[in-house]
Write a protein of this length. Structure first.
Length: 291
């Protein structure tokens, strides 16, 4: 009888975790770049009552008799499908139309690099290209500013670094609002009557993107199972092109989440009923022993 109690408890714990996952997905339905998760269940070890026997000349074989001991969470997976684009009309809002992640870096003596699908950028007070949320510096391939003649000749070899668009260049002031990033990630800005190319945004890809670790602010960190980041320019190694004036929204499917919430709720109630029924049977047995 205790087996049913433990099975019911394991079901309650697992369904609670499932509800936690669903609740987090629903709460982030409007979070740009958010990747939903799902809980996957697996059964726990079964107790063998009697083992299997092989067929003989006089009798057939007998299958094993086993009683399961409940369920547990096998994994919580990240769903990495792209969210739909949302038009913002802001030139420094960028949507990756395909695979890849923006690489951003924190501050300090040994800054950590994180990865995100949210391309909401701005130029900070020091001229750095940063994220609007948290001021993380965007990584790319930097170069000495050159007059832009319509030809993209930015070298995309070497380790990506932070990108800076200074307030003055050759004694000429930066033209406010002239910073732009094209579909290939090329960064240009205007000083006086001249447009200059400063570099190119780097995109990160991973052997196993589902292995990335969520760290908050819709950012991810590389993990032991994601593989190391591989940096590429737009249009290579499965990296998509950029669309200016749009942001990637959450990939949460509300209809699926509500369905999963109903299923998890009913399963939770059913497991609770198993516990109360088992308790009633134990109580009856206790009363019989007192009779």
């Amino acid at each position: 009888m205790l087996r049913s109690l433990y099975s019911g408890v394991s079901g309650l714990k697992s369904m609670q975790t499932d509800l936690d996952v669903v609740a987090n997905n629903i709460s982030n339905v409007n979070t740009p770049g958010f990747k939903s998760s799902r809980a996957m269940f697996q059964d726990m070890v079964s107790q063998t009552i009697s083992g299997a026997t092989a067929p003989s000349q006089t009798s057939g074989g007998i299958n094993p008799e086993q009683i399961g001991l409940g369920t547990q969470i096998g994994s919580i997976d990240t769903i990495t499908t792209n969210g739909a684009p949302k038009s913002t009309g802001r030139s420094l809002d960028l949507y990756i139309n395909g695979g890849g992640y923006f690489a951003v870096q924190g501050t300090g003596t040994n800054p950590q690099t994180y990865y995100t699908r949210v391309g909401a950028f701005e130029r900070d007070g020091d001229g750095n290209l940063v994220t609007t949320s948290g001021g993380m510096k965007v990584l790319g391939w930097n170069q000495t500013p050159t007059v832009y003649n319509g030809t993209d000749n930015i070298s995309t070899t070497g380790t990506p670094t932070t990108i800076n668009i200074p307030s003055t260049l050759n004694g000429v002031q930066y033209s406010a609002g002239s910073l732009s990033i094209d579909q290939n990630g090329l960064i240009t800005a205007t000083y006086g009557n001249q447009k200059y190319a400063f570099g190119k945004i780097a995109f990160a890809s991973f052997t196993n993107p589902e292995g990335l670790e969520k760290v908050g602010d819709t950012q991810f960190a590389a993990s032991a199972n994601s593989g190391a980041a591989q940096y590429s320019p737009s249009g290579s190694n499965g990296i998509g092109s950029l669309v200016s004036g749009e942001l990637e929204m959450s990939n949460v499917d509300l209809s699926s989440e509500f369905t999963e919430m109903i299923i998890a709720n009913r399963a939770y109630q059913a497991n609770a009923k198993v516990i109360t029924t088992s308790d009633e049977v134990l109580q009856d047995l206790t009363n019989l022993s007192r009779s």
